[in-house]
Each structure stands twice: as C-alpha cells, then as structure tokens.
Design a protein. Structure first.
Length: 409
C-alpha cells in the first residue's frame, strides 16, 4: 500500500475514532495489549532480523535502543493497559462561560484527526504512539526507521488485531511501508490528510521536519540536558544524580550530556566524578582539564547530543554563568541543579527556560510515565501547543461548543 493510500484510509477512519466512546477505545486498547503478548514470539523473531541487519552498522548503545526482549514486550503491553486506565480526554470541558445574553460557551477537548509520527530505531514507540493517539480519539499513521521496520510491522499487526476485536476500523492504525526519505517528505506535505505531525528522533530528523513540513508539527526534542553542581551541593547526592542521568540509559533524550561544576568545589568534586564514571569519556573545558585528565572538549562538544557514554564537563563561576551557558547551548529539554541552597535553586528554577527543570533530581525523570501521564508521544521542546512530555490531553485540540435558545446578534 502506498503512503497516500494509507493516509486516505486513515482519514476515512478518523470519524469513527472521534465518535468512539471511552468503553470502545478501552476495549480496543486492552485487546491490543493482549495481542502484543500473544504475538510475542513473532515480534521477537522480527526484531532478531532487525538486529542482525543493524549489527556492525550502528553503535552498541543504538543496538540497545533497537533490541526487544520478553520483558520489554511485557512493558509495552503494560504501557498500553496504563493508557486504557487513564481518563478519556475527549469531551473534557476546559473552560465554561455563561454570557449575559444566555449563551453557554464551552471550550472542549476534541481529537486532532489524523496524527502522523515519524520515528527512528525504537520499536516500543510503535505501541506507545498508537495507544496514545487512539485513546485521544485520532487515527494514527506511523513511519518508523528502516532499522526497526520488521519489528514495527510485527507490532502493528498485533495492535490492528486488537482494534478489530473492539469493532473499530483497522485503518485507524497504519504503518508506512516505504522507509526511504521520500515517504517522510510525503507525510510532511500531506496537507488535508495529516492534521498533526510529530517527529521523534535525532537532530537531523527533527530539523528536516521543522524546515520542510507544511502540515502542523510539534517539535520534539533532541536532549542536550545539563546538570549544574553548585558550590552548596551535597556531593554524594550530586554524584548519584550525575551517574544516573548519564549512565542509566545514555541513548535516550533525557540523559545528561553536560555537567557544569562550580569552581569552588571543582577540586574535590571532579576527581570523585572521574572515579565514579569510569566507563564515561569526559570531555573537559580548560578549567576542568586543569583538575582531572580527560579528552579536551572540542568546539562542538557542548552542542552535541552524544547518546553515548560521553559527558562534556565545564567549570563555571556560579549559577549565573551556568544559566548563561545553558541558555546558549541547551535544546530546552531538561536541566537540573544540585544544591542545598533554596535561594540558588529558586534562581535556577525561575531562570532556566526548558521544558523540565529539576532541583536535586535526575533529568531521567522527564518521561510521561514518570510524570503520571502514562506512556508519552514524545517530549515537546517548543512552547505551542504542547511542552514537555506529551500525554493524552496534549494530543487533543479544542473547539468551542456554544448552546443557545434562539439568540441572534
């Protein structure tokens, strides 16, 4: 099936999804979760083929993003069930005004229509995105990367079986078969067929969508995430936070890429950091390099999303310089300060303009599940119309429903 045919079918199916009640959508989601587990072996077999094809062409960290396991498939199914358990946003009255002339004006959440998602090598995005879009009352068109296409196809087959079990149209969920750049461009310019485009992936993909899309788009973030260790930090806490933010899963967008250290504690903290992060390549600015050994930071190292065991390190004079550095180099995803000073924390939290700003906690918490939203569609780094983890409400638009008794103007 061509990409155009897929979009045309999704457009026809979006009315049925918009009219589906909460019970029907939840029945479909629960059936989709069951189907993921029932078809686990087929999904794992497809994933093994993807891994074999990718091995030797991508890093071990990226292979980890691509790999599925029985545990990860169980987690995907659980994520879909959690979405089913969330309140249905469709029809939620966001604001209500009774006008002096008697008109009742209600600002009401309503489905987007057809949501297209372009993503790269994480197969779990397939079920997350589908579950969220369908619960939000929209049809969903997925375009995965070529590295994960077999896995995504097997996952979509299972999910479509779940839709059928609830008597909802299978065409409400589709996977683009063409993994060339041409199909991505088709989605970007599918005016009248795509109501919202969401790219999830690296800087190149997101930049291409922002520069070329003629359909509405939400820019999801590359994550050049910073942790600033203040002079008043608990250093044991800081080490735990930096290690978690960098090493727990370096291939994801909420992993830390830059550590900024106050000059007053650099002499004590940096040697301890180097000992703790033995598997991490530290790329050091001149002041940090005067304290510990490592790789001199290159011109672009403070502007790079490494997605690997690499951390850029800079010594700063205080919170003001840390904030200036973040403003100049951040992608406005997630930043953290580690400090025991309430005043310094308040300055940082008020002054850093990113989607998520933390005090004494790891940036790895920027996640729909961790924020109580269920699985997420992505992390928006823009300010309109969504920002931060995008859950169900962020996948809705709104309209005004106006009720009268014959009023005329």
């Amino acid at each position: 099936m061509t990409t155009l045919e897929l979009l045309q079918r999704a457009k026809k199916a979006k009315s049925a999804m918009a009219l589906a009640d909460t019970k029907a959508k939840n029945t479909a989601l629960l059936a989709m979760a069951d189907a993921l587990e029932a078809q686990r072996e087929a999904i794992l077999a497809a994933n093994r083929l993807d891994l074999e094809a990718a091995r030797g062409t991508v890093s071990d960290v990226m292979l980890d993003r691509l790999a599925l396991s029985p545990e990860r498939i169980a987690g995907m199914a659980q994520g879909v069930r959690e979405v089913a358990a969330l309140p249905d946003p469709v029809g939620t009255v966001l604001d209500r005004v009774q006008r002096p002339n008697g008109l009742l004006v209600e600002k009401t959440a309503t489905p987007m229509g057809v949501i297209a998602i372009i993503y790269e090598s994480r197969p779990n995005v397939t079920s997350d995105a589908a579950a969220l879009a369908l619960k939000a009352g929209s049809a969903c068109v997925l375009r995965g990367g070529k590295e994960a296409h077999r896995s995504a196809a097997a996952i979509v087959e299972a999910l479509r079986a779940g839709l059928s079990a609830a008597a909802l149209p299978q065409d409400a969920l589709g996977l683009v078969e063409d993994t060339t750049r041409g199909s991505a461009r088709e989605l970007m310019c599918a005016n009248g067929l795509v109501d919202l485009l969401i790219p999830r992936g690296g800087a190149g993909l997101i930049r291409s969508c922002v520069e070329n899309a003629t359909v509405p788009i939400i820019e999801t973030g590359t994550g050049i995430c910073h942790i600033y260790v203040d002079r008043d930090a608990d250093l044991d806490m800081a080490l735990n936070i930096v290690e978690n933010a960098k090493c727990s899963r370096p291939s994801v967008c909420n992993a830390a890429e830059v550590c900024l250290v106050h000059e007053k504690i650099a002499g004590e903290f940096l040697p301890r950091l180097a000992r703790r992060l033995k598997q991490v390549e530290l790329r050091l600015d001149p002041r940090a390099a005067a304290v510990i050994s490592g790789v001199p930071a290159g011109e672009r190292d403070f502007d790079t999303e490494f997605l690997d065991y690499i951390l850029a390190v800079k010594v700063v004079s205080g919170v003001e310089e840390a904030m200036e550095h973040i403003a100049a180099h951040s992608t406005h995803h997630s930043e953290a300060i580690v400090t025991q000073s309430p005043e310094t924390a308040r300055t940082f939290l008020r002054g850093v303009d990113s989607a998520a700003v933390y005090h004494n906690a790891s940036t790895r918490f920027t996640d729909g599940g961790e924020f109580g939203l269920g699985c997420e569609m992505g992390i928006s780094t823009q300010k309109l119309h969504a920002r931060g983890p995008m859950g169900l409400m962020e996948l809705c638009t709104f309209r005004y429903l106006v009720r009268g008794q014959g009023q005329i103007r």
